[in-house]
Design a protein around this ligand. Structure first.
Ligand code: R5P
Length: 301
């Protein structure tokens, strides 16, 4: 027997778990020693057996918010949005301030609710008069169209949000993927319009018959008790519902609404958003307006 043939050669076998005990009984034969090594079943098999839990809408909102907070750098002047998604961002910013990751921030809140949340968490706050130029605003949205135009205000904060976001160099919008629509009005839910209390019913009729809002139904927003909903600015909100389709021309509608006396602000935030962070079941996606405009060959964003 040559040195080569007498040498014991180890052969490693891998077997699926179902046959592992049968193969384990196999033992040395001739000059070859067969060694069976029982390995763990591949991960994929485990994955197939284990049902994966879908993330809740709140978990998705939190993911989008945390991703957006990566844009926050120490020393920034921030706009803090309003709503259930923005609240996750406020919470995250506060916790990064607390652990020292972020320093020297100052923030302008977009509602009394956000003011109270941010204050209770220790975020240094300012008014828009004190900080008229902001670096970054982070806020949620009710609808996002393919060109990153958004509808806002179903939480009633549209006026302050628009003021703060227009004062910000960058506006990052955070949503879960249920907010994506093919066109403005596509969710069939409200396009909010903030109006003065005086003459609200006069303006409701005008909005109802406005050609630019054709196909929508205008309703005064009410609280659960049936009382008119009053904004932080002591105004009312008229919600327009596009139940059978999209708004025809959002820019035209925005222009006309901005001209109406007694309309304080509307929830069409057109060409305002720089980045949208979308959390969905397949992960978090970041869409940048500049890239979109380039892709579509539409010149500068
Ligand atoms: O007035 C409220 C704001 O525009 C909110 O950012 C918007 O309604 C989205 O709110 P949420 O994140 O709760 O869906």
């Amino acid at each position: 027997m040559t040195a080569a043939s007498s040498a014991t050669r180890a052969i490693t076998l891998t077997a699926p778990p179902s046959i592992s005990s049968r193969v384990r009984t196999f033992h040395s034969s001739g000059c070859e020693r067969l060694t069976f090594q029982h390995r763990r079943a591949p991960r994929v098999a485990t994955a197939l057996r284990m049902p994966v839990r879908a993330l809740s809408q709140d978990e998705l909102k939190q993911q989008a918010a945390w991703k957006a907070v990566e844009y926050v750098k120490s020393g920034m002047r921030l706009g803090l949005g309003t709503g259930s998604t923005a609240a996750f961002a406020v919470e995250r910013i506060a916790s990064l301030l607390k652990d020292g990751t972020l320093k020297d921030l100052v923030a302008v809140p977009t509602s009394i609710r956000t003011y109270e949340q941010a204050k209770s968490l220790g975020i240094p706050l300012a008014t828009l008069a004190e900080q008229p130029e902001l670096d970054l605003a982070i806020d949620g949205a009710d609808e996002v169209d393919p060109m990153l135009n958004v509808v806002k205000g179903r939480g009633g904060a549209l006026l302050r949000e628009k003021m703060v976001e227009l004062a910000s160099e960058k506006f990052v919008c955070i949503v879960d993927d249920t907010k994506l629509v093919e066109g403005i009005g596509g969710s069939k839910d409200a396009l909010p319009i903030e109006v003065t209390q005086f003459g609200w019913d006069y303006n409701l009729k005008r909005l109802q018959s406005l050609p630019e809002l054709e196909g929508s139904t205008a309703k005064l927003r009410r609280t659960k008790d049936g009382e008119p909903y009053v904004t932080d600015n002591s105004n009312y909100i008229i919600d327009c519902y596009f139940e059978n389709g999209f708004i025809k021309d959002a820019q035209k509608a925005a222009d006309v609404l901005s001209q109406m006396v007694g309309v304080v602000e509307h929830g069409l935030f057109l060409n305002m958003v720089n980045v949208v962070v979308i959390a969905g079941s397949n992960g978090v996606e970041v869409k940048d307006k500049i890239d979109l405009v380039k892709e579509q060959g539409m010149g500068e964003a």
